[in-house]
Design a protein around this ligand. Sequence first.
Ligand code: SF4
Ligand code: SF4
Ligand code: SF4
Ligand code: FES
Length: 851
Amino acid sequence: MVNLKIDGKNVQIEKGATILTAAEKAGVKIPTLCFLQKVSPTGACRICVVDIAGVTKPMTACNTPVVEGMEVTTQSPRLTTIRRQVVELLLVNHPLDCPVCDAAGECELQNICYDLDVTRQPFVAEDVNAPVIDGWPLIQQVPSRCVLCEKCVKVCHETIGSSALFINDKGDRAFIDKDLSLCEYCGNCVSVCPTGTMISKPFKFKARPWELTKVPSVCAHCPSHCQIDLNVKQGKVYRVTSADGVTVNDGNLCIGGAFSYEYINSPQRLSRPLVKRGNQQTAVSWEEALQVAAEGLRNAGSDAVAGLASPRLSNEENYLFQKLFRVALGSNSIDSEARFGALRGQKVLGATLGLRGASNPIDRIGRAGAVLVFGADVTAEAPALDWQIELACRKRDGLLLVANMRKVKLSRYANTQLSYRPGSEVALALALSRILLDRGLQDRDYLSQFVGNLDEIEPHLRALDLDAAVAQTGLSLALLEEAALSLGQADSVAILFGGDVLKGEQAEDKVAALANLALLCGALHGDVGGLFPIDEKGNMQGLLDMGVYPESLPGYQPYASAAVKFEAAWGVKLPKGGRNALEILAGIEQGSIKALYLAATNPLTFPESGRWRQALAKLELLVVQDILPSEVTELAHVVLPGSSFAEKSGSVTALDGRVSCLAQAIKPVGEAREDMEILAGLYNRLAAREAQIQPQQLLAEAKSLTDLYGDICFAASGRGQTCLRAPFRPEKKSLTYSTVALPALAEAGLQLLSGKLLFHFGTTTTFAAGPLQVAPSGYVEIHPEDAARAGLVEGAQVKVSSTIGSMQGPVRLSENVPQGLLFAPHHFAGLNVQSLLPAGQNRVAVEISKA
Ligand code: SF4
Ligand code: SF4
Ligand code: SF4
Ligand code: FES
């Protein structure tokens, strides 16, 4: 520790701290402009100058380390004069357009001028200001207002890792420029800019900051669940911000948090309940719509009614959804899109490791010694986890290993890139495990404590044919050894895996192989690093927690064995059996499922969308509860307009078990209702006993019937608040280990992979102007060599056909995909990549031709 005096106050602080930090500790305020806690100090503005006894020149507090015995003066007439001069120099060429500047009211430069009583612009200089940059999507730049503090450049480079911004010149002609191809449109450069230089175009001239009420809530567009403030004026959300230092995301947002909110205000929002009469949907009262839906569902009979819920619903809504079906309708035929991804991973991780989601909070990734990102484009699937990786591997000294068929953003920084052949994930994970064992690098301590059948696992993994794995993955033994060594020698390891594992074929084998790898390299050992399964959808964890699938009741309690407990609590006999999503589809086709309830979900975004399309048209009753129009709302017999995340309360659960509270910041649009209210309306019409359903009561009920929530006190959690669900505690287990029989790979030929884009979240954001500016429509990414062979050029229309469907879209040439692999995003109804995909696959053999 270091002892010093600041303005006569004694301070003790750790070695390496700056004078600014020490002053904060002593309760002394030093003005700053270019300083930003979450990035490295720049020392550019010199507003923070202080005097140090024995040093002639004033020093900048934000980047001068403390020294034992130092005596610092932060306030004096001399320092005030220097600070004033610094500000006056900053104001040379700064336009005095404060009254119309978007930052007015929250401009740090304005505040500093006010605090220092800077009321004049004594210096004049040649006007060298660059013109306003208006050509960038979503963000405008006014270089004349820039004070070159570099906060934007640093947050873009150090925190987000996109490195799109740079200072393009020297001296008084310098301004901030951008490589648009690298920009992630996260808006963090806007939020850290202390002046009105970087401006959000969607927000510009819409509202003055002081007119806005900030409502703390949570962004649930992806499973990271960043804490946000919904900025509201007159019942409308005008922007989304997040505070530095006090939020789990440290004020950072991605495009999903910062620019996707506009779909809330979309003129296309469903705003009135509709009932189909003949072939025509007619607006009706809520009373009538709920009555028609309830009667239709009841009349179909419990064996013939099914429902699909959604990760867009809150925990309470998902809980009520399963109760509505099991208790009020007597049907256990409930499921969701988790069937095609997250649920497959959860089942394996639950059985092998006892996990319910990630093994550690996401901030533990940021301290890991090595991070393996396996079959995931983390930047797109859960951006806040990317920022943790930036922290671990770029700010700190962690090693980054990226295992992906494609080149993704993180490949730029990877210490080891494992570009494996499509479909060889099991071979890759097993090969790494085998090499770890061969080199004696396995985490013996953890394994001996928690794995009961280690003596079986070791010989089992050693039976892997390494040469066959090399041939399958297409990776050299040397590269595999390098990767295994990085994992084996690191003091802590984080393993993240996503869509290509969970949504691909043989997902269970892939997850099992990764679970073995995580055990061997110590990823589950201790509170740094961890194992992080990622499903890109917002409240997928909450949906699984609430047991919205026929095999399980809330809290991962097996349906058959836990039914007695729930029957006692709910006072009903629970139905036997129950169909999953695939069986529901087959049931509709065969005519045994006659009525389907879709709660905030659209099966046309599932694999085999062509089959779903035909099946839905056969239903006697299709009830759709949603917020935006789609092909299924057009098909529906009853449309129940629900609410966006800004229009409802309730809770959501992040992939690491953080439970956060949504806030109802605005009322649902038009006549739309909160989803909870809609489900409760149906429940009360269908259940034997009417119940007053409140979100708090539902979660308390879920807490009493499960072991999910440990000590969480929901009554104490306010809006935007967050607390951790019961943590993962390893228990000694006999593991069922992954197969070492390598699955046969698809024959050579073209394959199409479908996945998430950074700029969109499900299909919802295809109704938001912001993301659409950056990614307006679907496309098919093709390696230039493959394109040339097919006679395709950039922008040409390509027809892509699999054995079950075909689609058409514009070609985008890219070397991010290897030869033989095409990539198409799954957000766009117009592209409809799902029509090509068989159930349980995100990759399929295809043929291409000019359209
Ligand atoms: S929007 Fe994000 S990625 Fe783009 S320049 Fe700003 S900080 Fe960088
Ligand atoms: S644009 Fe804003 S944040 Fe970036 S250097 Fe200029 S004043 Fe600083
Ligand atoms: S990282 Fe996820 S939770 Fe955070 S702002 Fe982006 S979409 Fe929202
Ligand atoms: S805040 Fe210290 S130099 Fe800018």
